[in-house]
Design a protein around this ligand. Sequence first.
Ligand code: NI
Ligand code: MN
Length: 225
Amino acid sequence: MKITFYGHASLGIEVGGKNIIVDPYITANEKAKHIDIMQLKADYILITHAHGDHILDVEAIANNTGATIVSNAEITGHYEKKGFNVHPMNHGGSWNFDFGKVKYVVAHHSSSFPDGSYGGNQGGFVIEGEHKNIYIAGDTAVTFDMKLIPMRTKLDLAILPIGSNFTMDVEDAIIAAEFLECDKILGYHYDTFGYIVIDHEDAVKKFYDKGKDLMLLEIGASIEL
Ligand code: NI
Ligand code: MN
């Protein structure tokens, strides 16, 4: 499984011979100007919630690739009406896709579309594929519900927001990592806007001091599991 950071909460995942894009917000991100969304491959686009900083480039990428949009049923309903291919889910539900298994899990946040229309309940994803398991938290506070995830799935990586203001901060993300029983963390949802700028060195040290490895990738960089 290969995971690429496209800035903010945008990810690319290569797994089981398929390409997944998560929460694409690239063309309006000044820090991601070197990423050309027309070059991104996508069989699936996973969306955690309907906020603009998670769905901005969904339609452009889906139009370019024919990707299937996977999210909660309200978000997929929104895109289905526009003629896109979709797969609706909701909290606690799993589906075996052709690349692996996806579970839509609870997050504490909100989820309206930029025009104010209803975007269902925000969530995160647990993805199991190629004998590796990852958790993508989406925008969320730390929540006790995270303790349920390792009861079913031994995680190899947790992708957690760390920018504070709209989501949990570094200290809460460390608690989340403890709840998730996962020592390998990829941080995201930081630095994009003034509200969520963080001190990288301090963040990495705080995780290190708790015996955990926080990775902060350059935009466009990848890790392999
Ligand atoms: Ni959000
Ligand atoms: Mn966000």
